[in-house]
Design a protein around this ligand. Structure first.
Ligand SMILES: C[S@@+](CC[C@H](N)C(=O)[O-])C[C@H]1O[C@@H](n2cnc3c(N)ncnc32)[C@H](O)[C@@H]1O
Length: 335
């Protein structure tokens, strides 16, 4: 099996430097996609002018933001500074969302630091023009346990709304089997238990998502070099619940371009940005690569394969274990 990943780009200045020459965007630039009319900006989410430039007076119905969490793996700054910074991009989001719209924010909660930044972010949101709608927990599963503690597998997702936005729940059976029993009810003189009355063997998503695999190097959707990639299945669930085809979806923290790719697959338009030209380029290349090959990412390869060879390239020879590279991304097949 070809094994040619990029190292974490935030932790490898030499690789970053080598790749910057291949980036189409420099700070302030916006790339416009001729085919599906997506946009990618090399912009700062806290700048009202830069956000306005990306939108060009158009409004979005859905924002999906996944900012750096201010804890392990990201640059850490004092909590109040982080929350002030968040407030600015939330205000910018409020300006560019339509009157009936949804905002989803991924956030971390550090159990060694009063579960921050989650609680202070929630407090800050009480003063923003959004109503809380749901607090979703995704199981962010990598391994299968530890002998020392309950394993930390939570990933928090806050869901807010403005006005009365669209919410499509009816399509949404997961592949999680029904396992709980005991809700008894008499039907036609017979005592039935809830599994007997079910229309489906599976449950709906609800606000606890335990059916989504964290992205890792064996998944086709893996984008090496990225250190915080969200699973397509999670983003697709949000997009399908809270927007309709042709709607505009925004994501101020693009990174590996998950929201853009999911918008493409689900026939929405995505306006996205990243402050880092490298992640803007990876976002654009991920879309182009998908259109060319049907692949959702590069698995063990990387976005700059044509131009840049990683020094540590190796052939592990275990192609039989690879996740299939077959094109699986037809609309609605990701669930
Ligand atoms: C947690 S990652 C987002 C991951 C993304 N959801 C994915 O699936 O790949 C956060 C991204 O935000 C970008 N970023 C940090 N500060 C920013 C800012 N002020 N404006 C825009 N992007 C920023 C970082 O460069 C990083 O790529």
């Amino acid at each position: 099996m070809k094994n040619n990943p990029l190292p974490r780009l935030d932790a490898n200045p030499a690789v970053r430097q080598a790749l910057l020459q291949f980036c189409r965007l420099k700070p302030g630039d916006v790339w416009e996609d001729a085919q599906s009319r997506h946009k990618v900006g090399c912009l700062d989410a806290v700048s009202p002018d830069q956000v306005a430039a990306l939108m060009d007076r158009q409004k979005a119905v859905l924002a999906i933001h996944d900012p750096p969490y201010n804890l392990v793996a990201f640059d850490e700054r004092p909590l109040h500074q982080f929350i002030d910074w968040c407030q600015k991009w939330v205000q910018n989001t409020a300006r560019i969302l339509s009157s009936d719209s949804s905002l989803y924010v991924w956030l971390g909660a550090d159990q060694n630091d009063a579960f921050q930044p989650l609680p202070d972010f929630m407090m800050m949101m009480r003063h923003m023009p959004f109503r809380p709608r749901s607090f979703i927990t995704m199981r962010n599963q990598r391994g299968y346990g530890t002998q020392k503690n309950w394993m930390a597998v939570r990933q928090e997702l806050l869901y807010y709304v403005k006005g009365s936005p669209i919410f499509n729940v009816e399509l949404e059976y997961t592949n999680i089997p029904k396992i709980l029993t005991g809700y008894y009810k008499e039907v036609n003189g017979q005592m039935t238990e809830n599994l007997q009355r079910s229309k489906s063997d599976n449950i709906r998503a609800g606000n606890v998502w335990v059916d989504i695999q964290q992205v890792f190097y064996r998944l086709q959707e893996n984008v090496s070099g990225c250190y915080a990639q969200k699973p397509l299945k999670a983003i697709e669930r949000i997009i399908r619940a809270s927007s309709a085809p042709k709607d505009i979806v925004v994501d101020f923290f693009s990174h590996s371009g998950t929201t853009l790719l999911s918008a493409e697959v689900n026939r929405r338009r995505c306006f996205t940005m990243d402050i880092d030209p490298l992640f803007c380029e990876i976002t654009i290349r991920r879309l182009e690569h998908f259109r060319r090959t049907g692949c959702l990412g590069w698995q063990n390869g990387h976005a700059f394969e044509g131009e840049y060879a990683c020094p540590e390239e190796v052939d592990t020879g275990d192609a039989g274990e690879m996740t299939a590279r077959a094109p699986i991304a037809q609309p609605s097949l990701l669930f």
